[in-house]
Design a protein around this ligand. Structure first.
Ligand code: GLU
Length: 449
């Protein structure tokens, strides 16, 4: 097996995030390959790790000062064995092929776990939306989509949002695609509810994460009631995780952005959450402004030389990293264990480094990987696609019920796959095995392509 990983490292130099995502899956599925030699014979994991197609292009646009700006745009079409490529677009200065390949690879398994017909893809740009005017964001999105349009389609590849891409950006991109193709199709998800979007899509990732956590707790005869919860991030996923924790009687106490975090010992209430939503979604402000409004909270600014994030060193029952990849290191994981954290649910994609995962699992913390616990977002994107194909809309209640059921099914499938291969209650192994088998069998059925 290490041969496969060595080969991946040689073929994809300088892409540590992709190697990390590959290593987790390769390790987790080893017992499946040992038991079923057909997967080795058909070189399934090797094929899954080679994108079906990678598109890279120049995006040129003009800023508000009339200066020409140049960015890079990408789409990684990783795997289409069980449906059209599906996955978000990320706009962040850290975006490069290694990040997108890790995300697209994760997306294969996540999308398979939802039980819906969606392959894996991811895309984006190194464009930094921070501090840009609305007009600049629109011009960037339009120029980005002039090229992206030729590579996607509602039966081909259906992008959505991710970090730096929300309702505003999806609107500008959808408008550009419609103008270029003269067609109104569900080529993107996360659209506005008045023009093809699904009710509950905005809430889905965060709500789904907490539904999944509730399933994990119920499995141990426990519940979310009165649980003190640490949350990182303050974007879409974090906001709706906080909201669902409140619905379930838990107590969220933190939120963060790239500058620092707030800790509100008295708890973030719905009213305080509404303030965060307005601050982040409308005013595009910074999380530190929370403490000007609510004196019960303290603000901690990030420092460059910090070896660990003090956000994860607060006494709590549950932790939900909802910011970005590799935000929880080994020291953070040690702090969580020391402070009595009993459950970690990943809202972001791959927020725990490998050593951190190993440490929490060794200490019997209930841990769910993002590809399982944050799958509610893309699952609801699948439900949005379904509504677009039907030319109809479902009610909020209908979508929410489907979301709850999907999260419950993922939870059960993870547990049963893990148990079958001798790793009781290991959601990381269960998620990888369950997603892998579904896609692997489809690949074998479709021949050597
Ligand atoms: N970016 C989200 C994810 O990581 C959503 C993708 C989608 O809805 O296509 O799963």
């Amino acid at each position: 097996m290490s041969e496969i990983l060595e080969n991946i490292k040689d073929r994809n130099p300088g892409e540590p995030e992709f190697h990390q995502a590959a290593e987790e899956v390769i390790d987790a599925i080893k017992p499946v390959l040992d038991k079923n030699p057909k997967y080795r014979k058909h070189k399934i994991i090797e094929r899954m790790l080679e994108p079906e197609r990678v598109v890279s292009f120049r995006v040129t646009w003009m800023d508000d000062n009339g200066e020409i700006q140049i960015n890079r745009g990408y789409r990684v079409q990783m795997n289409s064995a069980i449906g059209p490529y599906k996955g978000g677009l990320r706009f962040h200065p850290s975006v490069y092929p290694g990040i997108l390949k890790f995300l697209a690879f994760e997306q294969i398994f996540k999308n398979a776990l939802t039980g819906l017909p969606m392959g894996g893809g991811k895309g984006g740009s190194d464009f930094n939306p921070k501090g840009k005017s609305d007009a600049e964001v629109m011009r960037f999105c339009q120029n980005f989509f002039i090229e992206m349009t030729r590579h996607i389609g509602h039966r081909v590849d259906v992008p959505a949002g991710d970090i730096g891409v929300g309702a505003r950006e999806i609107g500008y991109m959808f408008g550009t695609h419609k103008r270029l193709t003269n067609e109104f199709t569900g080529v993107l998800t996360g659209k506005g509810v008045g023009w093809g979007g699904s009710l509950m899509r905005t809430e889905a990732t965060g709500y789904g994460l907490i539904y999944f956590a509730q399933n994990m707790l119920e499995h141990k005869d426990d519940s979310m009631e009165d649980k003190v919860c640490l949350i990182s991030g303050s974007g879409n996923v974090a906001q709706h995780a906080i909201e669902k924790i409140l619905h379930m009687g838990g107590k969220p106490v933190t939120a963060s952005d790239s500058s620092g975090y707030i800790y509100d010992e008295e708890g973030i209430t719905q009213e305080k959450l509404d303030f965060i939503k307005d601050l982040k979604n409308n005013k595009r402000g910074r999380i530190k402004e929370y403490v000007d409004e609510y004196s019960s909270a303290e603000y901690h600014e990030n420092k460059d030389d910090e070896e660990f994030n003090p956000l994860w060193d607060i006494k709590a029952d549950c932790a939900f990293p909802c910011a970005t990849q590799n935000e929880v290191n080994l020291k953070d994981a040690e702090n969580m264990v020391k402070n009595g954290v009993k459950l970690i649910g990943e809202g972001a994609n791959m927020p725990l480094i490998k050593d951190a995962i190993d440490h929490v699992l060794e200490n019997d913390v209930l841990y769910s990987p993002g590809k399982a616990s944050n799958a509610g977002g893309v699952a609801t994107s699948g439900i949005e696609m379904m509504q677009n194909y039907l030319g109809s809309y479902f009610t909020s209640e209908e979508v929410d019920n489907r979301l709850k059921n999907i999260m419950k099914d993922i939870h059960e499938n993870c547990l049963s796959a893990a148990e079958e291969y001798g790793h009781k209650d290991n959601y990381m192994i269960g998620a990888n095995i369950s997603g892998f088998i579904k896609v692997a069998d489809a690949m074998i059925a479709q021949g050597v392509i």
